[in-house]
Design a protein around this ligand. Structure first.
Ligand code: MTE
Ligand code: MO
Length: 473
């Protein structure tokens, strides 16, 4: 208590002070303790009353949920399908993100705040040339195919959504919060993905940002959920034989025994459908979605079956008769700007070089058979492109060892007008600044006078209506 300068007068006075303080503190402590005890008792009484509140009528009452099929086994069957499907969906999604080369340039990067979430980024390869067609076809098709399974899984656990009380304790509250992240996350990812492939660009800001960050939130909740439930899932799957279940008829379809999670109905109604019927209905739904989606990626004669694919409308006939994402008119590219006044500028080491289309056509032409494979899942069959190798243009620019190239479209400013491609993409001999396709000049909608086409490149990075290439070290 004494500051350094003050001499200690007598030990006994200091001891008196201390005793006084202790007494006061003790008194305060006792009073506070009494108040606290009263508050706790009051709180307990409130909690007791809340616990005894009967659930509101409707879905909060266990009797509301009467399907005799709900139970851990059926939930686990759907859960297992998602346990296989979702990781594949996640990995192909991450691959698609990497394929944009977001780490290469801020121009490519829709998620500059990704931080550690970009830890796995790598140089997207150009081999095999159909790589992105495959990974993104799988991503989109699988996402669509899993919709019936996801709905069935959510249906099977929906009584838990209406659990009463909504929050019973801190631990219970945390568990419910993680389920909110899980269910909210999965619905968010499926809805944003499906809106995007159906071309409803209704997103505030960029789809990529929402779908990318949403995926990480969802997958974190998914991993926690799998860790918590894996044991129960395996034991539930072992509790009934799949083949026996698939042979059980309606008369013998009985509820599963009551389970600690409360999935099994408290007062089940008689069965109106077998478990075989329920699983079969989900399987048939998925199969139907597969059949009406996959053709947009697989192509060939299957393209005709892709009824759900918005880009599968008849593309007409002739050499340029393959899918168009955005037409020239849609993005403000007029015939005038690609007419005789069009020039290609090539920048690199030394002064810029400028070429007319006729001059480009007199230079050595190279051919490559490559698809357009869009992030939205559709892809074209291989098209026969011809034009100048990006590697040859790099050499013309005085940068034969270019480490990247900035590609700029003459399209009025907007998305997809600029992209940076990586060195491996510049130097692949099949990577072209295409002037012609399938033996004819590019059509205006496919990027006339010149467009980029690079093996395994996401469609969005195959810039159309190119007017400037800037090679960099
Ligand atoms: N300048 C420009 N280039 C572009 C686009 C665009 O809108 N503007 N769309 C991209 C997208 S998303 C795809 S999938 C392909 C589609 O090429 P296509 O229309 O020739 O099939 O072009 C890419 N190049
Ligand atoms: Mo695209």
């Amino acid at each position: 208590m004494d500051s350094g300068g003050r001499p200690s007068v007598s030990g006994s006075s200091a001891e008196r002070d201390e005793a006084h303080v202790r007494r006061r503190m003790g008194r305060i402590g006792a009073a506070a303790a009494a108040r606290a005890a009263a508050a706790v008792a009051h709180g307990r009484a409130i909690a007791r009353r809340i616990r005894q509140t009967p659930p509101p009528p409707g879905p909060f009452r266990p009797e509301f949920w009467r399907s005799p099929l709900r139970g851990p086994w059926l939930t686990s069957v759907f859960g297992l399908m998602l346990l296989i499907g979702i990781p594949l969906l996640f990995v192909t999604g991450l691959l698609s993100y990497a394929a944009y080369n977001p780490g290469l340039s801020p121009l490519n990067d829709k998620t500059p705040d990704k931080g550690v979430l970009g830890f796995y980024l790598f140089s997207w390869p150009t081999h095999p040339y159909w790589l992105y067609r495959l990974t993104q076809g799988v991503h989109v098709t699988l996402g669509v195919v899993l919709v019936p399974v996801l709905l069935a899984k959510l249906w099977s656990v929906i009584p838990k959504l209406f659990e009463w009380l909504p929050v019973r304790s801190v631990a219970h509250g945390l568990e419910r919060l993680s389920l909110l992240m899980l269910v909210g996350g999965v619905i968010f990812e499926f809805v944003t993905g499906i809106l995007n492939i159906q071309l409803y660009y209704v997103f505030p800001g960029s789809f990529y940002r929402l779908h990318f960050y949403g995926a990480w939130v969802f997958i974190a909740a998914f991993v926690v959920h799998v860790c918590l439930k894996l044991g129960r899932m395996t034991s539930a799957l072992r509790s009934r034989s799949l083949s026996a279940e698939l042979r059980t008829d309606l008369a013998h379809t009985r509820p599963e025994p009551p389970d600690p999670d409360g999935l099994v109905a408290a007062a089940p109604a008689p069965a109106t459908m077998t478990r075989r019927g329920a699983v079969g209905m989900v399987g048939a739904g998925s199969l139907l979605f597969l059949v009406v989606t996959a053709g947009q990626s697989i192509g060939g004669w299957l393209r005709g079956t892709a009824l759900l694919a918005p880009h599968n409308r008849d593309p007409g006939s002739g050499p340029n008769s393959f899918q168009i994402n955005k037409s020239a008119a849609a993005v403000g590219v007029t015939p005038a700007v690609v007419g005789p006044t069009w020039r290609l500028e090539i920048h690199g080491h030394g002064p810029a070089r400028v070429f007319t289309r006729e001059q480009l056509l007199t230079m050595p032409q190279h051919a490559a058979a490559l698809p357009i494979a869009c992030v939205e899942g559709w892809s074209t069959d291989d098209q026969h492109w011809s034009g100048l190798r990006l590697a040859d243009l790099a050499a013309l620019a005085g940068m034969p060892d270019a480490g990247s190239v900035l590609v700029e479209s003459l399209q009025p400013a907007g998305s997809f007008t600029k992209v940076v491609l990586r060195g491996n993409q510049v130097h692949d001999p099949r990577a072209l600044l295409a002037l012609r396709v399938n033996g004819a000049d590019l059509s205006l909608d496919h990027g006339y006078p010149a467009r980029v086409i690079v093996p395994a490149n996401p469609g969005v990075n195959n810039t159309k209506w190119v007017h400037r290439l800037t090679f960099r070290t």
